[in-house]
Design a protein around this ligand. Structure first.
Ligand code: C5P
Length: 220
């Protein structure tokens, strides 16, 4: 472990998408690459933190030098987060599926030749960020959420911060045309109790380093 300002601190990071099974071979997913969460875990590691990295099936490999816990579903991610606590700070960069398929089939679903269509019923997944932000004893001192918005980013993210009960929200504009989702750059607005700070567009690695430095400051 490094010797930086986060030496001796434990930071939990969630990253990547989740996969929600429909049957043993099919699932519902989203386009999260895990790039920003992975960059953040690297930056926290580089400042000396012990990092627990709970990741869904991301398209970028997890960083070296962190404790990697691989999960598939939102429910598995929630359990892995609980098992990784306590932590000094927790950052929720994962794109967790809001819903899972409630009537997932135990065997591969098949066409029956009559043209009958399958029907999916949904159940709401646990909100992992809100759960941790609202825990009493054992709550990490700093709880950070992400918000991917496509319009009125600052207002939506400020409302989300209050609704989730977290300390900070890192909001980004993922409108089509920004190239941010799955891209190399990010333009974020950091929402804290003090207000909103719009950061210039920069590489995801640079966003990660700045965020990690702010986290170190907040825990100092
Ligand atoms: O609810 P929404 O998806 O807009 O909020 C995004 C933030 O909440 C992200 O930090 C995400 O990791 C977290 N989240 C979560 N569990 C969920 C849904 C979102 O931790 N079920």
């Amino acid at each position: 472990l490094g010797d930086g300002p986060l030496k001796g601190r434990h930071v939990l990071v969630t990253s990547g998408p989740t996969h929600e099974p429909i049957d043993p071979v099919r699932y519902i997913a989203n386009r999260s690459s895990g790039a920003q969460g992975t960059a953040l875990a690297e930056a926290l590691r580089d400042l000396g933190a012990r990092v627990s990295f709970v990741t869904g099936p991301a398209s970028v490999p997890p960083p070296a030098g962190v404790d990697v816990v691989r999960v598939e579903t939102a429910q598995e991610m929630a359990a892995a987060v609980e098992a990784a606590l306590p932590a000094d700070a927790a950052v929720f960069a994962a794109a967790v599926a809001d819903w899972r398929v409630a009537n997932a089939a135990g065997q591969k679903m098949k066409k029956d030749g009559t043209g009958a269509l399958p029907r999916l019923d949904f159940a709401e997944n646990p909100d992992i960020l809100a759960g941790v932000a609202r825990m009493g004893a054992g709550r990490p001192r700093l709880v950070v959420g992400f918000a991917a918005e496509t319009e009125t980013v600052e207002a939506h993210a400020t409302a989300k911060r209050a609704r989730k009960g977290c300390d900070w929200i890192v909001a980004n504009d993922v409108s089509p045309g920004t190239g941010i989702m799955g891209g190399a750059e990010n333009a974020v607005t950091l929402i804290t109790a003090e207000g909103a700070e719009a950061w210039p567009r920069m590489a995801k690695g640079e966003v990660a380093r700045r965020l990690a430095a702010r986290i170190a400051q907040a825990l100092a």
